[in-house]
Every structure is written in structure tokens, then in C-alpha cells.
Design a protein around this ligand. Sequence first.
Ligand SMILES: Nc1ncnc2c1ncn2[C@@H]1O[C@H](COP(=O)(O)OP(=O)(O)OP(=O)(O)O)[C@@H](O)[C@H]1O
Ligand SMILES: [Mg+2]
Length: 274
Amino acid sequence: MTATQLQAPAIRVQGLKKSYKDLRVLNGVDFDVAGGSIFALLGSNGAGKTTVVRILSTLITSDGGTAEVSGLDVATRPGEVREAISLTGQFAAVDEILTGRENLVLVAQLRHLPEPGAIADALLARFALTEAGTRKVSTYSGGMRRRLDIAMSLIGNPPVVFLDEPTTGLDPQGRLEVWAAVRELASQGTTVLLTTQYLDEAEQLADRIAILHDGRILVNGTLAELKKLLPPATVEYVEKQPTLEDVFLSLVGKGEDADAARSAASAATPKEKS
Ligand SMILES: Nc1ncnc2c1ncn2[C@@H]1O[C@H](COP(=O)(O)OP(=O)(O)OP(=O)(O)O)[C@@H](O)[C@H]1O
Ligand SMILES: [Mg+2]
């Protein structure tokens, strides 16, 4: 592999546009995701997060711009992109009547992989589901289902994984379980793009966070970089750092303060070299 290939991002999105009839959802979205990292796409309801994920996973086509996954253009090489990715949506796609292990074996068989039983056992162990593996999924908690869903999407070892709101609807314990599963994925070198409405989820998990608003990426950076966009509020000798929630609300809010915050953000966000 050449040095250029090693440095190529796992996901590259440039000038992405998408409208549904008169509704312009994406109006020039740009971001890169480094291989093996966790990237969180944050945005309010209807900001277009799922639209980005659906374009990247070849479920829908864009109206303009380019998107590449593992160096493959999603528009011109969708079949190869599909082999390089997995997509886990908000609702677990697991079969309730089967056991966890049977679900995994079934998917491995459908993908014509050798030794489906061994693949299932390895994934159960990896996601702390070995004991639950022989029980019907109908007896699982929400967090266990979501972990099984993520495990199923990893059969065949896709290098890039899309998780669309992986913890929506889960209780705090279920969220912690899924977070552990996502961290486990990235530690094995898988690139993870997740969307979330939960700012603490982005804070906890992501190497980089991008905020999608009004069809564009408003800011894109590490948590520390985003926190620097707002001046720390100082009360006597106690310095309070802004939380990601402060940054988010000040950027996507309405009014003069938000306009000022957005201008400051766009001036401070380093432009990606093309
Ligand atoms: N197939 C479609 N036809 C028409 N409009 C659509 C379609 N899919 C999405 N939209 C609209 O596009 C906008 C962006 O939707 P999208 O699902 O990408 O947002 P999102 O950021 O994922 O929101 P949420 O946080 O609610 O999941 C919304 O206004 C939505 O109503
Ligand atoms: Mg969505």
C-alpha cells in the first residue's frame, strides 16, 4: 500500500447536495472521516443526518457533489461500496423468535461464509452476549437487541460501519452497553460514522464531531476544538468550560447571538484542503 492510500480518508464527502422536491436538505456538505476513527454527525430533527447516511450507504442517490467510502465513489461503484459497509438503523433488524446465536448463524449462512457457527460464537463473545446467545431474542433487553443488531451487521468484517441513532430509545444502561460495543468496534480498526441527537453520546464516543445545520456542516472538530469556539464563562476564579450542549445550542439557535456564533465558528473552523 502506498503512503497516499494509507492517508486516504475512509469516508470523503464533498459538496454533497440533496433535495426532496422543493425541500433542499443538503446544500454542499463536506467532511472526511479518518480510517479507524469514530465520527459523530449531530443535528436537530430533520437536519439531514439520515439522508447523508442513506447516500453513503447507496440507498439513495445525491443530486450533486461526491461521496466516497473506502476510496469507492458511491454513485459509480455502489456494489463495491455495499460490500465495504454495514448499516444499522434505528430499529433492530433481529428475528425475535430465533436465539441470538441463530440470528448470527443465519446471516453468516446467507452471506455464504464458511463456518457460520464459529463466526456467531466469536461475535457473541465480542459483544458480551455468550450467555444470552442460546435465549430467544424476545427475552432480550433493548440494549442487548441493539448489540446483537450491531454484531449482525459486522458479519463479513466490513471496514466501515454506519450507525443511525444507535441508542435512541434505550435506557441509560442500554446506552452504556451500546457505547461499549461501538468503542470495541473502533478499537479493532473499524471506521464508525454515527448519527445522534444525544450530545453526551458524541462527547463520549467520537474522535471528531460535525454539526449539520441548514444543509451544511457548521463546524467539524474534536470535542476540545468545538469547546474552544465559545469563550469560557469566568465567575470570579472558577473557570467554566462550555459543554458541547452550549456549543450546539448557540450554533443552531435563532437570533443575533446564534448568527454571531455561526460567523465565529466559520471563521475559526480550519478549511479542509481539497
Ligand atoms: N423520502 C423523503 N421524501 C420527502 N422528504 C424527505 C424524505 N426523506 C427525508 N425527507 C425530509 O428531509 C429532511 C431531512 O430528513 P432526515 O431524515 O435526513 O433528517 P434527520 O437529520 O435524520 O432527522 P431525525 O433526527 O429526525 O432522524 C426532513 O425534513 C425530512 O422530512
Ligand atoms: Mg434520522
